[in-house]
Design a protein around this ligand. Structure first.
Ligand code: URA
Length: 266
């Protein structure tokens, strides 16, 4: 089936160019006007069959492995409202990352959003501006959201997402998060999720996945089906920064977004 105008526009938002049939004198012939269609159409064809297969046994798993000594802190954070949580995070000195940060990066968006995006950690720009996903990866994220009718800017909860990172402080030189950093920071993400109460979580990248699903499986093995975190559906996809380095996987990310949109509109 050929792409509709609307689908082509959505794919265009993500930087995916599709083959378009060109009308010639003898009728409609498939002409190669661009590249990259095969993977996109194969993936899109699979979307219908991949939907709504809930992954077994992922429900109610902890955000990350935690030990008993942290329960008191978790209890305290679990009782905070938005303002108190924001202040708590801004003053956090629970791990070494507080030493190098300019500021904490709490999260942005609609506090009642139907869809919550979970990223990894602030980078240099985010550390400077105090907002998640403001660099090149953020621009791609905005286009990805737009492709399924979502936005980070002011809109009702059905359209405006809430964006939060797994870590609230920038790791030095953008190194990977350490397990203890993920574990200590996970209480904040958990509380944000409880406060937003999203209908759907989209986990972007392996550290978001590690925190939410307690899984170290690669994204390629986890994507394409619906997981659960505290009974909420979770769709796993590639991190926008990864997609900038590996554009061939944008077609798969597009299929993941279709799966997310389908979950949201159920
Ligand atoms: N990558 C993330 O996961 N989060 C940000 O805020 C920026 C880049």
């Amino acid at each position: 089936m050929p792409w509709t105008e609307r689908q082509r526009a959505m794919l265009g938002e993500m930087g995916i160019v599709v083959w378009a049939p060109t009308r010639v004198a003898s009728g409609v012939a498939a002409a190669a006007t661009a590249v990259d269609s095969t993977a996109a159409s194969k993936t899109a064809a699979r979307v219908g069959t991949e939907t709504a297969r809930s992954a077994p046994a992922a429900a109610d798993r902890p955000l990350a492995r935690r030990d008993d000594t942290r329960y008191a802190r978790e209890g305290e954070v679990a009782a905070l409202d938005w303002q108190a949580l924001r202040e708590h995070v801004a003053a956090c000195r629970a791990c070494r990352l507080c030493e190098g940060r300019t500021q904490t990066v709490f999260g942005v968006g609609n506090e009642r959003a139907h869809c919550m995006i979970v990223g990894e950690a602030p980078g240099e720009n985010e550390d400077r501006q105090g907002e998640p996903f403001v660099g090149a990866a953020g621009e791609l994220l905005d286009r990805m959201l737009q492709s399924i009718g979502l936005t980070r800017t002011d809109a009702p909860p059905a359209q405006q997402v809430y964006i939060a990172n797994t870590l609230k402080c920038r790791p030095p030189r953008n190194r990977n998060p350490e397990p203890d950093e993920l574990a200590l920071c996970s209480v904040y993400l958990r509380r944000q999720i409880e406060l937003v109460q999203p209908r759907l979580l989209i986990a972007m990248g392996r550290f978001a996945v590690q925190s939410l699903l307690d899984s170290s499986d690669p994204i390629g093995r986890l994507r394409g089906r619906v997981h659960r975190f505290a009974e909420r559906p979770v769709v796993v996809t590639y991190h926008p920064a990864y997609l900038l380095r590996n554009p061939a996987d944008k077609a798969r990310a597009w299929a993941d977004l279709c799966l997310a949109a389908e979950q949201l509109h159920r």
